[in-house]
Structure formats: structure tokens, C-alpha cells
Design a protein around this ligand. Structure first.
Ligand code: F6P
Length: 536
């Protein structure tokens, strides 16, 4: 077990007196350079983390003893590292090259990936050019992606992030919640004969997605007065051909992927079709190239100079040795407003686990609570706690030099705030400094900033499809490394099942005239109250 190794113990001992950023920066004028990595133009400045050479060495030793490198080799080679589902984990193959010739379980998956990409490219290009028309001959101007979790968060986040690269005349809406308000919002004002629905579901059994898809189909058929309209207005993204056919979507208009693509790792699979329609096939290729750039770095850079590995190890240092439970992601970029939500699924569904691969309970903390909002908004809301709260919150700041939609003075203000927050967190303000400003005695304690609060700044020239691909892969691999060290399966999600089963039971009971007897008193009372409220 990882927590009974000498490497773990050494880190626990180091954590008794964590490094101090004021001292470290004071002692080493080269610190920023020493702890900054560049991956094909993506800068990762780790210098404001509570690390120094010895701690990094200890962390790298921990990665070695946890066999991170062989697990990485196993993943990219197609071993069934998702052991509870007996599946390979090959999202890296989604951005491979057709001539990679990766054969897994007897299947040439490089060719499979290339074939689906070609199908997507052809379809997206036809929709964008107006060659693909709806039932009445009208061109498509509105695409509605219906999906949830990994079948929504990735394309939605990326669609928003890449606003500057979108097609001018095609709008994409994303409907995920089974709350009818969500579909209503997407369809109000929509023109049925110009609307294309993309039903995105790996399993094609997800209650929310199928409920929304059925309502969308009814809306369309009702408006266009013909069942046949479905063929021109519905396509599917799925691994479940039978389910797609049973729903009534022509499987010629199905874009497939495979069980070795986890939902939360699927934005660069067929699940990205809505994004490809928005940014074009070439833009999507650029996104894939960005993923590939980070993949290449991840598999080839030494552990001590490997951006995702170091982010992961620093996260372990904070989570397990310093016992800090949360991690904030704060993009100084409005266009990345859904990036924290995307990372919540990526990280928390992957590493929110309580047992190891062999089923034995973990004896240490695993995945942190991931949260965040774009800056500067957060500064006027929750940053108070980050600066002066009782539990430090490690932060990732994400920023870009060139804005897409702003006047230069806006952007300078945005960036100044980003840099200032990282500086304030790291160095704080001492009692002496507060007093020297003439602050009255009674207020001094209130105005002290403890400092030594860690952050990483991830910085690039511009938020392009390439950079977004790099950024996503950076976090994918970070999550992988942490899962490898904790010895958990980062690729299953059994914890979401119980609620789904209970919801199915309760759904049937809501209409049943008899009051259910199989629940606790609170659940039964809630069901009863609901029924009473719903009485005409
Ligand atoms: O319930 C969780 C989950 O299975 C996620 O892992 C997944 O991304 C999401 O639901 C959607 O699943 P599907 O794509 O099969 O509809």
C-alpha cells in the first residue's frame, strides 16, 4: 500500500514543516525559471507551489514506487486497466495518427478512429456548407446536442471556449438536464425545419438523454407533420447501435465510438461532433493536435519535468500530506466558464473512489473536491476564503495573453488581477507590513494575509483549439497519475448507479395510487407531498 512506503513517510515528515514561499523566492532569484515548464507554447508555472527540490524529488520517488510509468505504458498500449469493467482505456488513441497501427484486442483501432473522424468530417462539412438539408429542404442553422455528463460537458465547454472560431450562421445549444426547462430554453424561438438534433449517449440508455430526445422528436414531428423528418433532423453519437436503431435514428447517421472511451474522456471522439460542426473539421484537427502535443510530452518527458505528472504529484502533496481537501480552478478567461464544471466530472468521477483496484478500502484521502469560476468574478465572491480562510485552497490560474473579444485595457485589467491574486496568495501581508501602513491596532489582525497559499499559473498566448486540446489532456493525465498513485480505478463510476436505480423505482411510484412502503419515512413523506402538490 502506497501509504506504508518509506517514500510516503518521507513526504509526511517533510509536510511537518512545509516550504515557505517568501523564503524560497528570497533565496533563489531563478525560482520562477526553475519551476516553469513549457509544452509546445503552453506555460505551466509551478513556482508558487509549496515545493522545493527535495520535496519534488520525494514526490517523484513516490511516483516511481507507485509504478506510474508502467501503468502509463499499459494505458496507451491498450491493456485492460479499467479492471472492474474489463476494458482498455484509450482516449489517447482518439488523437493518434491513422498510421499508428494500434491494434488492441485484435482490432486495428487506429483505422477505426480514422474512419469515424472521416465520417464526422464529411457530415460536419455538409452541415456547415448547407449541403445537408432538413426535411423541407432548408439548411441547418441550429444544432441541439442532447446528452449529459461526458456527452455534454466536454463539447459544451469547448463550444463556449472556442467562440472566436465558430461558424457564423450555425448556433449550437446543449440540453442535458431532464428538467423540461432546459429543452424548453433550447427550443423556444427555434425553427424546426432548420434544427438538427444530435443525440449523444455512449450507452443510449441514459434516462435524461432519452427523455429529452423523445420530447425533441415529438416537437419536430409535430411541427413538420411527418415521421420521416426524423431521418434528416436526428443523428446519434453512441456505442450502442441497437439502442440508436430502436429509437428510430438511421444507423447510417450514427457516429460510433468504443467501450474503451470513457464518457468523461470523450470530447475528442464522435461526442465532439457538435463542436466539429461549430469550429469546422480543420479546427477539430487542431484540437486533436493539441491533445497529441500533451500526450507526447506525457509519455516522453522525465517525471521531474513532466507537466501533468508534476501537477498530479503536487496535488497529492496537498491532499495527502498537507490534508487540504479542495482544489480550485480559476480561469481568467470568461470563455472558459464551463471549464471548472468539465474538470469536476473528469477529476471527481475518476478519482472520487474509496477502494483500491483490488477492492480493499483506501487508507488515505483520494480525489479532492474540484471547484471554480472565472476570474475576476470569483474575487468578489469567494476569494475572501482563499486568502484568509482557515484551510488553504490550492489554485490553478489559467490565462491567455491575447483576448478574442475585448479591448486592450479590459484585458490588461484582467491579467493584472490574475497575476496580483497569485502574488497576494503566495506572499500575503505580514503583521509588520500592516502596521507600517498605520492601520489601527484593532484592525491589524483582520488585515493580515497569511500568504504561503499555493497556486499554479497555466498561461498561453491565445485560447486556440490547439491550446484547448493541450489543456484538456494536461488535466486528463494529471487525473490518471493521481489515480495510479492512489491505486484506484480512475475509469469506472459505480458510485453513480445507486441513485439511478432508486430514481427508476421512485419514478414508477409517483403515479401509483398506493403509497410506497419500501422507503424510509422521509422519502415516503416527500413522495406523498409531491403527489399532493401535483393534484389538480
Ligand atoms: O451517470 C454517469 C455517466 O455514466 C457518466 O459517466 C457519463 O458521462 C454520463 O453518465 C452519460 O452517459 P451516456 O453517454 O451513456 O448517456
Amino acid at each position: 500500500m502506497i501509504d506504508s512506503t518509506p517514500e510516503w513517510a518521507a513526504l509526511i515528515a517533510s509536510a511537518e514543516e512545509p516550504p515557505d514561499l517568501r523564503t524560497l523566492f528570497g533565496a533563489d532569484p531563478e525560482r520562477a525559471d526553475r519551476f516553469t515548464l513549457d509544452v509546445d507554447g503552453l506555460t505551466v508555472d509551478l513556482s508558487k507551489n509549496l515545493i522545493e527540490k527535495a520535496v519534488v524529488e520525494q514526490l517523484v520517488a513516490l511516483a516511481r514506487i507507485a509504478d506510474v510509468e508502467s501503468r502509463r505504458t499499459a494505458m496507451v498500449g491498450g491493456a485492460h486497466i479499467n479492471s472492474t469493467e474489463d476494458r482498455a482505456v484509450l482516449h489517447t488513441a482518439l488523437r493518434g495518427q491513422p498510421d499508428d497501427g494500434l491494434v488492441v484486442d485484435g482490432q486495428d483501432i487506429s483505422s477505426d478512429v480514422a474512419a469515424v473522424l472521416a465520417h464526422m468530417r464529411d457530415f460536419a462539412t455538409r452541415v456547415r456548407s448547407g449541403d445537408w438539408v432538413g426535411h423541407t429542404g432548408a439548411r441547418i442553422r441550429h444544432v441541439v446536442n442532447i446528452g449529459i455528463g461526458g456527452s455534454d460537458l466536454g463539447p459544451y465547454m469547448a463550444y463556449r471556449a472556442l467562440e472566436a472560431f465558430r461558424h457564423d450562421d450555425i448556433e449550437v445549444s446543449f440540453v442535458s438536464n431532464v428538467d423540461g426547462a432546459h429543452l424548453h430554453q433550447a427550443l423556444s424561438g427555434a425553427t424546426p425545419d432548420e434544427t438538427l438534433f444530435i443525440v449523444a449517449s455512449k450507452t443510449f440508455t441514459t434516462l435524461e438523454t432519452l427523455t429529452n430526445a423523445r420530447s425533441a422528436r415529438a416537437w419536430l414531428v409535430d411541427a413538420l407533420g411527418a415521421e420521416e423528418a426524423v431521418a434528416k433532423h436526428f443523428v446519434a453519437l453512441s456505442t450502442n447501435e441497437e439502442g440508436v436503431a430502436a429509437f428510430g435514428i438511421d444507423t447510417a447517421n450514427m457516429f460510433g465510438f468504443w467501450d474503451w472511451v470513457g464518457g468523461r474522456y470523450s470530447v475528442d471522439s464522435a461526442i465532439g461532433l457538435s463542436l466539429m460542426i461549430a469550429i469546422g473539421a480543420d479546427g477539430f484537427d487542431e484540437l486533436l493536435a493539441g491533445f497529441r502535443s500533451m500526450d507526447d510530452h506525457f509519455v516522453s518527458a522525465p517525471l521531474s519535468a513532466n507537466a501533468p505528472v508534476l501537477l498530479a504529484l503536487i496535488g497529492i502533496w496537498y491532499r495527502n500530506m498537507l490534508a487540504w481537501p479542495t482544489h480550485a480552478v480559476l480561469p481568467y478567461c470568461q470563455l472558459l466558464d464551463r471549464f471548472p464544471a468539465y474538470l469536476q466530472q473528469l477529476d471527481m468521477e475518476s478519482n472520487g473512489k474509496q477502494v483500491r483496484l483490488d477492492g480493499s478500502p483506501v487508507t488515505y484521502e483520494t480525489g479532492p473536491i474540484v471547484w471554480g469560476e472565472p476570474g475576476t468574478n470569483g474575487q468578489h465572491a469567494f476569494y475572501q476564503l482563499i486568502h484568509q480562510g482557515t484551510t488553504p485552497v490550492p489554485v490553478d490560474f489559467i490565462a491567455f495573453a491575447h483576448p478574442d473579444f475585448t479591448e486592450p485595457d479590459h484585458h490588461d485589467a484582467l491579467m493584472a488581477n490574475c497575476f496580483a491574486q497569485a502574488e497576494a496568495l503566495a506572499f500575503g501581508k505580514t503583521e509588520g507590513e500592516v502596521r507600517s501602513e498605520g492601520v489601527p491596532d484593532a484592525l491589524v489582525a483582520h488585515k493580515v494575509f497569511p500568504g504561503n497559499r499555493p497556486s499554479t499559473t497555466i498561461f498561453a498566448e491565445r485560447l486556440t483549439p490547439f491550446v484547448l486540446g493541450q489543456l484538456i489532456a494536461l488535466y486528463e493525465h494529471k487525473v490518471f497519475v493521481q489515480g495510479a498513485i492512489w491505486g484506484v480505478n480512475s475509469f469506472d463510476q459505480w458510485g453513480v448507479e445507486l441513485g439511478k436505480v432508486l430514481a427508476t423505482t421512485i419514478l414508477a411510484e409517483l403515479d401509483d395510487p398506493a403509497l410506497p412502503t419500501n422507503h424510509d419515512s422521509s422519502t415516503t413523506a416527500l413522495i406523498e407531498r409531491y403527489r399532493n402538490f401535483r393534484k389538480p
